[in-house]
Design a protein around this ligand. Structure first.
Ligand SMILES: Cc1cc2nc3c(=O)[nH]c(=O)nc-3n(C[C@H](O)[C@H](O)[C@H](O)COP(=O)(O)O)c2cc1C
Length: 164
């Protein structure tokens, strides 16, 4: 799948095939695409924590507000970034890379909010990440059971040439 196809086709997947583990090398490829994202001043403030143990996935899911599907995922990547001026933007760029890379590899994923949520520091502590870091996002992954089709604003609505 080429990049344009992956970017156009990607959707947030919240229902995963049960019992279908994602091979370790595939998870490594996905994280590798995350760590190559654009980053302000090339600081690369991120660390990626890959959780595959079902009991930990359930604990994470229980703490989130809209991430209960994490409990059914095959793996969940937590993107944590050292605090600094652009840590949210940097972590968001890495998160989007991960979503698209997963989709290109036939794996469904969903961005679950981390930063700005009251539970973010609790999850950071659960995952043993240092206090100097912030949880930017959680990304549950799994082979898709169902792919939603959310409404998307048409290109004509959002594209402006030269002026708004
Ligand atoms: C910053 C951010 C936070 C999000 N948080 C959640 C979340 O907590 N739970 C969830 O199920 N989806 C979450 N999403 C996914 C959005 O709901 C999803 O991207 C949106 O509905 C558009 O659908 P699409 O990703 O299929 O294009 C989040 C997305 C972003 C960018």
């Amino acid at each position: 799948m080429d990049a344009i196809e992956a970017l156009r086709g990607r959707r947030s997947v919240r229902a995963y095939e049960s019992g279908n583990a994602i091979p370790r090398d595939i998870l490594e490829t996905i994280v590798d695409c995350g760590r190559l994202a654009a980053t302000a001043r090339n600081i690369q403030p991120w660390e990626f924590i890959v959780v595959t143990k079902p009991e930990t996935l359930k604990r994470i899911a229980d703490i989130t507000e809209h991430g209960k599907h994490i409990a059914q995922s095959a793996a969940c990547i937590a993107v944590v970034c050292e605090q600094g001026r652009y840590y949210v933007e940097d972590g968001a760029a890495a998160t989007q890379n991960i979503l698209v890379a997963a989709w290109a590899l036939g794996i469904g994923a969903c961005w679950v909010a981390g930063d700005k949520k009251a539970y973010a520091d609790q999850l950071r502590d659960l995952l043993d990440a240092p206090d100097s870091h912030k949880l930017v996002s959680l990304i549950p992954l799994g082979y898709p059971e169902r792919v939603p089709e959310p409404n998307k604003r048409p290109l004509d609505d959002v594209l402006h040439w030269e002026q708004y």
